[in-house]
Design a protein around this ligand. Structure first.
Ligand code: HEC
Ligand code: HEC
Length: 281
């Protein structure tokens, strides 16, 4: 869209933008806005062990619609310190404590942004239900994947299954340990330990954008879908931790370096102090 606008007819293009945005919104009714998406993630990580959003009470109450049944200031105070509110004799809090078997929700320290995101998520979930109450597929932790998800990621990576938006398979430029005799391409870095190095936080935006000088050209118009991002992440997470051995030659090289460092360290420790401190036995 932007390229068209830059192409020389800014006026008509501009007039079309809202229509197209509207169409996009209609096409993807469950897509969460940025803040709500981060809120959904935070909910999964910090609250979902005790709460659902739309799937009924668990250890604590179902939080779908919580901002409709309570006032926002109350919810803010409650999340910050449920105990303080209960002890202050607040009738609603005391009622909840009774209803939920005397289990006290632990204090949750959220900063203003986190709380705003979380509330955005609650509102979206309340208004739309369904998938608006679930974090996006890509937000799930790579290490929580099922074997099927890992296998799908591998097929996508190797091109056994085509990418939905038509992007090229990753194997053309990247190798991953255990990928097969021929191995992957070497134009890009080997990705075996990318997940281990980048972690969940680092790899998520990498896969969402593939925004490096070489890859941008290929994937800007053919991004991975959220499900594909998740599957590839799961595959890379699995590759990072799977126990299979790296190639022998690398093993020996590694041992060689470690051996050399150990030897130097040994000499340093054994000979160093003696030379400097002649009084020491
Ligand atoms: C260890 C379990 C646990 C965790 C984790 C937890 N809660 Fe709770 N929550 C409860 C329980 C139990 C209650 C019911 C009140 C009570 O007994 O303290 C509750 C009540 C609430 C209420 C009041 C609901 C209502 O109907 O008025 C809100 C809001 C809430 N929790 C938000 C959160 C948020 C947001 C998080 C994550 C940042 C969170 N809770 C994490 C257990 C938990
Ligand atoms: C045309 C070659 C090419 C293809 C195809 C390609 N990549 Fe890349 N990729 C690169 C290059 C080259 C780099 C290094 C950064 C740069 O110079 O752009 C890179 C970097 C990366 C990185 C960052 C690695 C790090 O440790 O920082 C990730 C993650 C990645 N690619 C994932 C993928 C995935 C997933 C696919 C398939 C959907 C893919 N790449 C397809 C060439 C490619």
């Amino acid at each position: 869209m932007r390229t068209q606008a830059q192409g020389g007819r800014p006026r008509p293009a501009r007039r079309f933008v809202p229509v197209i945005q509207l169409l996009a919104m209609l096409a993807a009714p469950a897509a969460l806005a940025q803040g709500a998406q981060q809120g959904a993630q935070l909910f999964t990580q910090r609250c979902a062990s005790c709460h659902t959003a739309g799937e009924g009470d668990r250890v604590g109450p179902d939080l779908r619609g919580v901002l409709d049944r309570r006032d926002e200031a109350w919810v803010t105070r409650f999340i910050q310190s449920p105990g303080a509110l209960i002890d202050s004799g607040d009738p609603v809090a005391s009622e909840l404590l009774k209803k939920f078997n005397g289990i006290r929700m632990p204090d949750q320290s959220l900063n203003d942004t986190e709380r705003a995101n979380l509330f955005a998520f609650f509102r979206e979930c309340t208004a739309k239900g369904g998938s608006a109450c679930k974090p996006s597929a890509a937000a799930k932790m790579g290490t929580d994947a099922t074997p099927e998800e890992v296998a799908l990621g591998r097929r996508l990576f190797e091109g056994g299954e085509p990418l939905a938006n038509g992007g090229p398979a990753c194997i053309g430029c990247h190798d991953v340990r255990g990928i097969g005799v021929a191995g992957g391409g070497t134009l890009g870095p080997n990705l075996t330990f990318t997940f281990a190095k980048q972690g969940e936080r680092g790899i998520r935006p990498l896969l969402a954008k593939l925004d490096t000088p070489l890859m941008r050209e290929l994937y800007a118009k053919a991004p991975l879908t959220e499900e594909e991002q998740y599957a590839v992440k799961a595959y890379l997470a699995d590759a990072s931790r799977d126990g299979s051995k790296p190639r022998k030659d690398k093993d020996f090289f590694f041992l060689g370096v470690v051996g050399l460092l150990a030897a130097l360290g040994f000499i340093g420790i054994v000979w160093g102090p003696r030379g400097k401190d002649p009084h020491h036995p």
